[in-house]
Every structure is written in structure tokens, then in C-alpha cells.
Design a protein around this ligand. Structure first.
Ligand SMILES: [Zn+2]
Length: 253
């Protein structure tokens, strides 16, 4: 069953997704899209794409600790293979690992087999290190299509898009991090999903800004990810164990 998590009124998502009309009409019926329903009000979910990065991911996690925040890290398989210890650290510090493809291609341009390979290589990269596969998925650049969702459905991945972005690489590129943080903080509202990237200093600067500290006093940033989004039978809130990836196959940090 395909599950796509996003907010009901995500203007940024609608603009960036590029399949707004399809999402709002055909896809929900065809793929049983589920809308993210936070368990309480005043929650904001922080998500980080494109890591893990040995220089910036630890700094992002330090900043998250200061905010008492937990996040989903949507990782790339190629980066996971380079930095296995960092993957262990993300999970050990209470965050959740998500699949962000293997090499960050525009998935809708690939064949079904190509899409499947991208998704499965990232799943395997994580499973080889942690002994379980991610449950959640975010397509690179948010670009998806029925062909992409068909493949995520086969793999049992639940897609999580976003409703509000830091915009370090998008519409706010060129702004300094304080200005981005101020705009982001001012635009926050209940139940938003925030997109940032843990492969540059900008995300660290945003998280340590006065605007985000103020937001952390208003909003709960340790979104209850496991209880809200994962199945009760899963042995780990972020990972699904597989028969092919048992403890014997795990790498040590
Ligand atoms: Zn990305």
C-alpha cells in the first residue's frame, strides 16, 4: 500500500511537486495516499535531505539536541556507503533514517527498473549497515510520478514530502542564513514538515538562529515519528528488518 505523507495545505509542496493536479485528484484514489495527521497540535517535523555528511550532519544533530528536536534524515545510498559510522550515530541519537534514492536522480525520467534500482540500492546500503531497511522515502527534489509511486508501493515505502522549505538551494538561495531562518520561523504553523539539507553549513546556521530557537519555544520539534507513522509490529521505529539482512551481516561503526 502506498502512503504519501504531506500536509493538507502545503503550498510549497504543491508548487514544488509539479504534479499538483494529479496528486489532488487521481493519485489519492489510485494509490491510497494517507495524509499526515500529527498526534497533537503545535508539532513541526524537521527533515534533512542529501546526507549523511561527515562535516555537517554531526553539527546538525548537535543543533537539534539544543532544540530538543528529533528529525528524519533522508539519506543517499552512495553517501551511506561512504559514512557507515555516521548512520549508526544518527539512529543512536534518536533520529529516523529515510530513503532519498541512491544517487539523487530525477526519478520520473528513469525507467521503472531504473527507479527500482535507485530505491533498492539505498535500502540495501542502509540495511547492510544497520540490519534493517528504511520505512520512509522522499524523492529527490520532490519529483515523483505514478511510475515512481508504483515502485515505492512495491517496496512498501511510505513517501513523505514537505510543506515548508528552508530553501537553501531553491527560492531562497542567495539569502543569508539569518534571513532564511527569520523567514522560515515566521512562516511556521502547526503540523508543518520542514525541508532542510544536512550537507552544508546553512542548515546548521538556520538551526542555531534566534528565529529557530524562538520557534522551538512555540512548536514541538520532536515530532512523534514512530508512533505517528510506523506500524506497531516493526521492530525498530525507523527500520524494517529483513530476512536478507540479519545481524551477522551488519558492519560495525
Ligand atoms: Zn535531495
Amino acid at each position: 500500500m502506498l502512503r504519501i505523507h504531506k500536509l493538507r495545505t502545503g503550498a510549497h509542496y504543491s508548487r514544488l511537486c509539479k504534479v499538483k493536479g494529479i496528486v489532488k485528484t487521481i493519485i489519492p484514489r489510485a494509490y491510497d495516499i494517507r495524509w499526515l495527521r500529527p498526534s497533537t497540535e503545535s508539532q513541526v517535523l524537521l527533515t534533512f535531505d542529501d546526507g549523511p555528511n561527515p562535516e555537517y550532519t554531526p553539527k546538525v544533530m548537535d543543533a537539534l539536541d539544543q532544540l530538543n528536536a528529533k528529525a528524519i534524515f533522508f539519506v543517499l545510498g552512495r553517501e551511506v556507503r561512504k559514512h557507515p559510522a555516521l548512520l549508526h550515530e544518527i539512529v543512536a541519537r534518536g533520529h529516523v533514517i529515510g530513503n532519498h534514492s541512491d544517487t539523487h536522480p530525477m526519478l520520473p525520467t528513469l525507467s521503472a527498473q531504473g527507479i527500482r534500482d535507485e530505491l533498492k540500492r539505498c535500502q540495501a546500503a542502509v540495511a547492510d549497515i544497520l540490519g534493517g531497511e528504511p520505512v520512509y522515502f522522499r524523492p529527490p527534489r520532490g519529483a515523483a510520478s505514478p511510475k515512481v509511486w508504483a515502485e515505492t508501493c512495491k517496496l512498501g515505502l511510505e513517501t513523505i514530502q514537505w510543506s515548508n522549505e528552508g530553501g537553501e538551494y531553491g527560492g531562497r538561495s542567495g539569502m543569508d542564513s539569518n534571513a532564511i531562518a527569520a523567514e522560515l520561523g515566521a512562516s511556521l504553523s502547526d503540523s508543518q514538515i520542514i525541508l532542510l539539507h544536512d550537507d552544508s553549513q546553512i542548515a546548521v546556521d538556520i538551526l542555531t538562529s534566534s528565529a529557530l530557537r524562538a520557534a522551538a519555544e512555540t512548536y514541538q520539534l520532536n515530532f512523534d515519528i514512530p508512533l505517528s507513522l510506523s506500524g506497531a509490529q516493526r521492530s525498530h521505529p525507523a527500520l524494517r528488518t529483513t530476512a536478507n539482512h540479519t545481524a551477522e551481516h551488519r558492519h560495525t561503526p
